[in-house]
Design a protein. Structure first.
Ligand SMILES: C[C@H](O)[C@H](O)[C@H]1CNC2=NC(N)=NC(=O)C2=N1
Length: 99
């Protein structure tokens, strides 16, 4: 299914609303790194995100070691960023530990 890809001014606008996230160098994905108290907290967070991701059929790429989780969001069906990444990033921000 084709999904609209975000670019230009619209992309700039949504990125301004996601200050915890960095645009990958190729401009096709956003990333955020999170640190938790321990593995249990990190994995609990990942479980909550996984349930939401499956519900909305939009899945993160991520990497976890102990208390550290690095998340990359992109939309394969759009070959870049879409509103789905923005929505999942906002959901993740709602669960992220205070920095
Ligand atoms: C068939 C299924 O709906 C698609 O493959 C979904 C699944 N999860 C997905 N996740 C992400 N990140 N991008 C997608 O384009 C995507 N597409």
């Amino acid at each position: 299914m084709a999904i609209e890809r975000l670019s230009g001014a619209k992309l700039d606008e949504v990125l301004a609303g996601l200050p915890g996230w960095s645009l990958r160098e190729d401009g096709l994905a956003i990333t955020r790194e999170l640190k938790f108290a321990d593995f249990n907290e990190a994995f609990g967070f990942m479980t909550r995100v996984a349930i939401q991701a499956d519900k909305v059929d939009h899945h993160p790429e991520w990497f976890n070691v102990y208390n550290r989780v690095v998340i990359t969001l992109t939309t394969h069906d759009a070959d870049g960023l879409s509103q789905r990444d923005v929505d999942l990033a906002s959901f993740i921000d709602g669960l992220a530990p205070a920095t």
